[in-house]
Design a binder for this molecule. Sequence first.
Ligand SMILES: C[S@@+](CC[C@H](N)C(=O)[O-])C[C@H]1O[C@@H](n2cnc3c(N)ncnc32)[C@H](O)[C@@H]1O
Length: 491
Amino acid sequence: MKTDSGKGRDHRSLLGQFFTPAPTAAFLASLFEPLPEEVRLLDAGAGEGALSLAAVREISCSHPQVRALSLVAYEVDPAALPLLHGTLAGCGELCQKAGIKFSFQVISRDFIEDSKDILSGGFFAEDVPSFHAAIVNPPYRKIASDSHERRDLSALGIETSNLYTGFLALITKRLAPRGQLVAITPRSFCNGPYFQPFRRQFLDDMAVRRLHVFDSRSETFKGSQVLQETIIFHALRGLPQGPTVHVSSSPGVDASAMTEAHISFAEIVHPGDCQRFIHIPSGEQHLAAKRRASALPAMLDQLGLMVSTGRVVDFRLRDSLRPDPQVDAAPLVYSSHFNGGSVHWPWLGGKKPNAILVNDQTRPWLVPAGRYVLTKRFTSKEEKRRLVASVFDPSQVPGDLVGFENHLNYFHACGAGLDRELAAGLFAYLNSTLVDDYSRSFSGHTQVNATDLRKLHYPSRQTLEAIGKGLERLDLGQTEIDAILERHIHD
Ligand SMILES: C[S@@+](CC[C@H](N)C(=O)[O-])C[C@H]1O[C@@H](n2cnc3c(N)ncnc32)[C@H](O)[C@@H]1O
């Protein structure tokens, strides 16, 4: 498959014509989830057939359940048609070898016009079934408001000013329920203000499963004049959006250089955002954080540490709660006691009790006084970080026992407190932007459970202690915390 047919640049840009290199096409095709036994596949703007070929190759090798494949390829450029026919004949041979019944149809008519006729219940409407899968590198070109493309799209309720989003919107409509779309397109639709109606329609109709971004746009269409930032995605029609999206990035499509993470959909399209912006840049940041954090050497048990959820469920011990400190009561700590990196106790006049009576009923829920690192299990949307850690210092608080309320997690050394350096180092690490980005990559909500903290990778004990040693105060700003961490954690 050639990547450049040697035609003039004007001709190509008129047709929005940039052919997909074979490795990229193979990557797109690899994104399909299991397909039905009989597949109707669409390649809209097929060019010389790079994507069709990659899809057929993938289906014949990796989708053994598929018994019949019928391919529909749209292409308006007469110059591309002979090669397209040749490629599709080659697809037939691949299918024959795999025992798949294959047929294809090349439609040399404008995809927009044809789709308008089909979707608006025109003459051919009844005869055209929908597709189970579509693989597409649609033409990119602005379409003027008085163009026939705009009129055709508007007639179907699609308002968009670029051919590629017009194609995507039409393909979506031509997919069967659960129909799969894999596409390589410019990234502009993710945040361009003019693409808002398209985004709304697309995100309402499709469940996004995979997003792949290129670290460098030059790699994707090497040798062509493409200066657009490109994105590859996989989405399914008519399914509810899942809580996370598999996001990856790489310089090219070389799997060995790929960074991957499952990012919460709420991080990608913010709930309540009427623009429905698709944020993948933060995905890249998360991916980088995931890569860095995952490379850290220690798990919690290797540090000799454990994390547990605060044991005091206050409404179950209501009779023993006291608003103010008293002699026969232990300090009771809530997240409202967090202040500038440490626990400020008591908070007199606050909404929460400050103490819990020490008696037979409450003793099992209290822990020996010691230095613990506490984290909030829930943070409010207004809070900048997902993970907020504080140090509980027993020298600031009276008594041998302490109660940690159930909305907190606490790090301990098998039930006992931590050394100052280790606690301070852990405090800095947990409050870092690195951990914040990382925790956003694995969690779709504002909750950080003890299980999440157990899964996290940590710097070695030695590094944590070194970080802690250099930390004279805890009331540090984000920049200071991150700078300290950078000095100790190297890639
Ligand atoms: C970006 S190229 C992609 C070609 C091929 N799918 C690939 O990946 O190599 C888009 C193709 O769509 C074709 N095209 C442009 N406008 C079209 C239209 N309205 N209907 C059908 N095909 C069109 C162009 O001629 C071009 O071959």
